[in-house]
Structure formats: C-alpha cells, structure tokens
Design a protein around this ligand. Sequence first.
Ligand code: UD1
Ligand code: CA
Length: 426
Amino acid sequence: MIIEGEEEFVMTVIMAAGKGTRMKSKKSKLVHKIYDKELVKRVAELAKNVGSDEIIAVVGHLKEQVKEVLGNSVKYVYQEELLGTGHAVLQAKKYLEGKQGKVIILYGDVPIIRKETLQNLVIKSFKNKEYATLLTAIYDNPTGYGRIIRDEGGNIKAIVEEKDANMFEKEIKEINSGIYCFDIQELLYALELIKPNNAQGEYYLTDVIKIMNDKGLKTGALIVEDNSEILGVNDRAQLELLTRVLRMRINAEHMRNGVTIEDSNSTNIHDDVQIGVDTVIHPNTIIKSGVKIGENCEIGPNAYIREGCEIGDNVKIGSFVEIKNAKIGDRTKVPHFIYLGDTEIGKDGNVGCGTITCNYDGKNKNKTKIGDRAFIGSNVNLVAPVTLGDDVLIAAGSTITEDVPSNFMGIARQRQINKEKKGKKN
Ligand code: UD1
Ligand code: CA
C-alpha cells in the first residue's frame, strides 16, 4: 500500500471462526449473502481493495464453507476453540512473525465498511506513528459494546468490555467497533501478554491497548462518521438491515451521478453497476452486479436486468422484462413482457410484447443475434442459436428456428383457417 508516496506493508486478518447461532441456519453465517455476495467475500474483497499485501482468514466453525467461498484469495489459519478475539488473532502468528508494517483487523460478519474509511484508518496510523489505531463510534445507546477509555487529555488509555465496565465506564458513549490497524510486531508482543482474567474468561484483543499504553507506545482512534458502516450481521433481521443500508448507499451514489430513481426502497442496484446520466429507473427494478446502462434510458417498472447486460443510450427496457447477458443497441425498445437471454440486438430495434429467446436447450445456452432496425412482432419465440440480419421483420406469433437474412421478413406460424361454427346458428 502506498502511504504518502512510500510503499508500506499492510496485511489484514479477518475473523471468520464464529458460530452465528442466531441466524438459525444450517449454513455458516459468513456465507449468507447481501446482493448475491457472501458476507465474508465482501470483507475479503474490501481487504484487497484497500491495498492489503496479504490476507489471513481465521476460520473455525463450518470452515469448509468459508474456504469454498474465499478459495485461494486468502491464507487460512484455524481456531479450534473460540477462546476470544485475542486468541483468534494469535492463531495468525506464523504469518505475522518477522513482518514490519501494519495489520488491519476485520470481521467476516461486518461487511459494509467503506473502503475510504479503512484507508483513512491506515493512513492515520502511519502518519501519526500510532501502534494501535482504533475505529470507534459515538452511540446514543452503547450497551453491549466495549467502551473507549480516554484520559483528560483525550488520549486513549484502554478499552473496557461492557461486562467488565463499572457504572461510570458504562456511561461512556464512545464504543469500540472492533476494527483496528496495529503495528504488526507490537501487536504480537502484546498478544502474548493478554490473560483471560475478565468477566467472560476470554482472551480479549481489546486488552492490547492497555498493554501498549503501559509500554509507552502511542495509540489513537478514528471516529467513524457514518455509524452504519460498522454494523454487523448476527441474525436475519440484521442481514436485511445491512442490505437496506447498502441499497440506500448505492442508490444515493447513482442519484448523485445524475440517475433518476423513482423509488429507492424498491430499486436493487447491486455492486459495480454503471448507469449514464438522465437514465430513469422506475420502481421494482433489479439490476445485477457488473451491468452497464447508457444515458437517457428508461428502465422498469418491474424490470430484471441480470448479469452480463450492456445497454446503450436512449434504450427502453419496460415492465416485466427480464434480460440476461444481453447487449442492447442505442434507441432499441424492449417495452413489456419480454425475456432476452444471451442476446445481441443492434440499434433502433423494437421487440414486441411477449417475445422470448429460447436460449436453453436443456444442455447449453445458445446465442441470438439480431441486427439493427429489427422489428420483432409480438409473441415471437426466437429459438437459439439463431441470427437475424439488419432491417428484418418478424411476424407476430412466429417461432423462428432458421436465420433470417437482412431486409427479409420471417413468418413462421400456422395459416389461419376460418371454419363454420357447428350447432345452432344465430
Ligand atoms: C468485540 C470487542 C468489543 C467491540 C465489539 C464490536 C473484544 C474483546 N471485544 O466484542 O470491544 O465493541 O466486538 O462488535 O474483542 N471471534 C472469533 N474467535 C473468538 C472470538 C470471537 O473468531 O475466539 C469472532 C466472532 O465470531 C465475532 C468477532 O470475533 O465475529 C467478535 O467476537 P465477540 O466475542 O462477539 O466480541 P464482542 O463481544 O462482540
Ligand atoms: Ca459480538
């Protein structure tokens, strides 16, 4: 990681050994998802994006599930018994030993911290030469959290856990988020000294703050501006809460960038979506990660834009439309009740109501290619693989199984016959 022009070594330890009993799940809490991405994967990606040179996950309970999600993007250490947060970090000793630099401590179930916040934490620790820099927050109701003890000068002295706090300490509103940036060697030194002589009989990571202060090492804190960043997931209600926080954060960013979102509550725009200015998103729209949408488009209501879609400018994707891995050219209209999968369609096209691409033959996903200025009538089945040229016209109700060359009309339906009605005539 580059700090003020200098290359500095920064690693991250992710605590991922916890049980997550309150999820009432057969799966590890850490593999539950927010917007299609596992909690622990969000944390590992955050660690990477912040610039970590090395990432260690401390795994334990249901470790195979966590490993399956993270693969070889991190190194693993195993915590057999959950003896406390200090004990958990100590399991990473073999990776911390002999390294000069900083280590960030994160949690597999605290997944929506902003990258900028962590960067500021690390930068502060280097700039101010702090051996421990804590991420803290001010809570109206601090119950349950470790409290930050400062002296009259405002210097951090220690962290006291709720269960060990006296009545005065319980009044303190500054809480420990559990996220820190430590000097690697001084952390190791302090970790070896902590003892489980507290109300919970645990090895508290928080005890290293007092140990460092007693040794005369400088410590400090960064108070988080947006408390929602340090929220964790313990149960399914909190999973929903964090999804909501992320939804509002992502939508707000798009709105700041010139996108109109009519109803933020019902608009799920996943991570890393690009949307051009003056595009309007109507309610009940889902846009999956990685999708690109151009300028001045109209999307929804009730549109489902899935993975792999690239939408040009001035495109209309209307109601009850699902598109997947689809490239839609400028000014093309896909107005209602349509499924396009693995499809490329050029510019100035119109896709009629009820059109679907039959892209799956039971084994493979096949492609549909459509040129510019195509007019696809209503209720058309495009049986892929199939290619339609430019300026084609497809008659309503057709099931198209053969390619249609440019400037041709395709019609593939039974000719109508009118039969005389039997029985009573009026
Ligand atoms: C911890 C902090 C507290 C802080 C709070 C913020 C300590 C002693 N206290 O308290 O100051 O306000 O977080 O949420 O650190 N874990 C392991 N192995 C263990 C113990 C814990 O992996 O042996 C993991 C847990 O699964 C959990 C996290 O570490 O994800 C926090 O552990 P927990 O014991 O719940 O700490 P808190 O009581 O929340
Ligand atoms: Ca906890």
